[in-house]
Design a protein around this ligand. Structure first.
Ligand code: NAP
Length: 517
């Protein structure tokens, strides 16, 4: 049994109050409706066939807002993963030989189908992940945008002609797909983290074995069903789920898998990076962050509060780019803390299907316990809870949106990714100090700055050791811009014109003896 599975078993602590029944009933009817929809699948996809685990083992998928079991999905391992690799390997031969225009048409059709099933996909995301429906629908559009973008990019995989160094030679560079890709994805964006990988991979002719998180496989399976409906040939996209280390090991061990692309925790990313050495695979890693959000004295207070709120509390604080440390200059600190807390107090917590809710539950009990331990650590070292700081009265894994002041760099809240609805406020005096605090971490994914000073903007954004920087803006991800981290936040970039390079090999060709008659 995996660690995540063990954590999930603890999802229903008996001492906690349950959700209000009307909401739970409503969710059950939504789940029942979805099960009858044409996109609902609860088996793995291998070689175009929906199949169970070879030994019949299954694992439950829960709704984190209610604890309700939504579905049982196969608990797969090495054997099924090896089958999926074989089918992807066989499919590679024909898929990679299709023209770019043919692949582009399939992807475009997939995009259209995702968008025409936006409502059902959004509901599935809310059901298995917990985020508010409006946010889930936003994820469907965001996730689909990668398929649309890479459908277009498929036609722009240009090579190069290099001016030759000798008169009888011609030199050029071909770009070719790397081959079979193993894509391992997390639960916090059940659709977008998959499409951000599968879009570019399929566009340039790779085939893929996807392993979604066992906590949120239903969205992945629904997306795969739509891929089949779009005419993406059997074996081009395969989905297996279950025993994560076994599936990961099978992907790593196979010489047929030429690339691993992973989004998830830094700890697992490091294991995969080490494991990929055995067969010298290409690897892309989108790992954890510890995003600083720096508010300077000269910032517009309203813009800073709005931006910090969005950067911190999206998906209840469960994103890799969530502001993890809000670092505020001394002159604006009190005013910011007051205005920010007022805004946080207005965030409505509840099940994601209820009108007006903007904060759903955390993914599982282990996530809540992690938040609690970080808060305890901070309090024991002198921090003060300004707002929240405890489980929500709704019970389950709901946690109160929280603001903690007097946070210091040595506290866990500042050192590690809290991955929950907790905003730690740190104070600084000078620009140099803000940059030092911001860079004092092994992570380097997203950073945010709020200032109205143009010169300072340039100085600080250039000094920040991060892959993404938002200036006076808290939500910055888009399919057209490169997404990825530096330091221990990862390797490679996803999205944008750069994202497709992760799935391409360069082949240099030297054509000699041109002048022979
Ligand atoms: P995780 O525990 O690392 O899991 C990510 C994926 O890896 C899941 O599919 C998981 O499977 C699988 N996995 C776990 N152990 C494995 C192993 N030994 N071999 C192969 N696969 C294994 O991360 P998470 O808790 O799901 O996601 C949260 C983390 O993702 C955070 O750190 C967040 O910052 C990061 N994240 C980063 C980005 C980015 O773009 N940089 C985006 C989103 C999230 P199971 O779930 O089935 O166990």
């Amino acid at each position: 049994m995996t660690v995540a599975r063990l954590a999930r078993c603890k999802i229903l602590p008996s001492h906690l109050p349950r959700m209000h029944l009307p909401s739970a009933h409503r969710q059950m009817s939504i789940a029942a409706g979805l099960k009858n929809s044409s996109i609902f699948r609860s088996q793995g996809l291998i070689g175009g066939k929906w199949i169970g685990a070879h030994d019949g083992k299954t694992i439950q998928v829960n709704n984190p807002a209610t604890g309700e079991i939504i579905a049982d999905v196969p608990f797969m391992g090495r054997r099924e993963t090896n089958d999926a690799i074989s089918s992807a390997y066989n499919a590679f031969n024909s898929w990679s030989k299709q023209t770019a225009a043919e692949r582009s048409k399939c992807l475009r059709k997939w995009y259209d189908l995702i968008m025409s099933h936006k409502e059902e996909l959004g509901q599935l995301i809310t059901l298995e992940q917990g985020k508010p429906l409006k946010e889930a629908l936003g994820e469907v559009s965001y996730g689909a945008s990668f398929i649309e973008f890479f459908a277009e990019e498929a036609k722009r995989v240009y090579g190069d002609i290099i001016p030759a160094t000798l008169a009888d030679r011609r030199l050029f560079v071909l770009k070719q797909p790397v081959g079979v890709v193993g894509a391992i994805t997390p639960w916090n964006f059940p659709l977008a983290m998959i499409t951000r990988k599968v879009g570019p991979a399929l566009a340039c002719g790779c085939t893929v074995v996807v392993k979604p998180s066992e906590l949120t496989p239903l969205t992945a399976l629904a997306a795969a069903e739509l891929a089949l409906q779009a005419g993406i040939p059997p074996g081009v996209l395969n989905v297996v789920m279950g025993n994560a280390p076994d599936i990961g090991d099978a992907l790593l061990a196979s010489p047929q898998v030429r690339k691993i692309t992973f989004t998830g925790s830094t700890a697992v990313g490091k294991k995969l990076m080490a494991g990929a050495a055995g067969t010298v695979k290409r690897i892309s890693l989108e790992l954890g962050g510890n995003a600083p959000c720096i508010v300077f004295d000269d910032a517009d207070l309203d813009v800073a509060v709005k931006g910090a709120l969005a950067a911190k509390f999206r998906n209840s604080g469960q994103t890799c780019v969530c502001a993890n440390r809000i670092i505020v200059q001394e002159g604006i600190y009190e005013k910011f803390a007051e205005a920010f807390s007022k805004a946080v107090q207005n965030l409505q917590v509840g099940d994601g299907f209820s009108e007006g809710v903007v904060q759903g539950p955390l993914i599982n009990e282990a996530a809540v316990q992690k938040v609690e331990s970080y808060i305890q650590d901070a309090i024991s070292k002198g921090a003060k809870v300004l707002l929240g700081g405890k489980r929500h009265s709704l019970g389950m894994t709901f946690y109160e949106p929280t603001v903690v002041t007097d946070v210091k760099s040595e506290m866990l809240l500042a050192r590690e990714e809290v991955f929950g609805p907790v905003a730690p406020l740190l104070q600084f005096k000078t620009e140099e100090e803000a940059i030092r605090i911001a860079n004092d971490t092994n992570s380097g994914l997203a950073a945010y700055i709020f200032t109205n000073n143009v010169q300072r903007t340039w100085r600080v954004l250039e000094a920040l050791e991060y892959g993404l920087v938002g200036v006076n803006e808290g939500i910055i991800s888009t399919e057209v811009a490169p997404f990825g981290g530096v330091k221990q936040s990862g390797l490679g970039r996803e999205g944008s014109k750069y994202g497709i390079d992760e799935y391409l090999e360069l082949k240099y060709v030297c054509l000699g003896d041109m002048n022979r008659k």
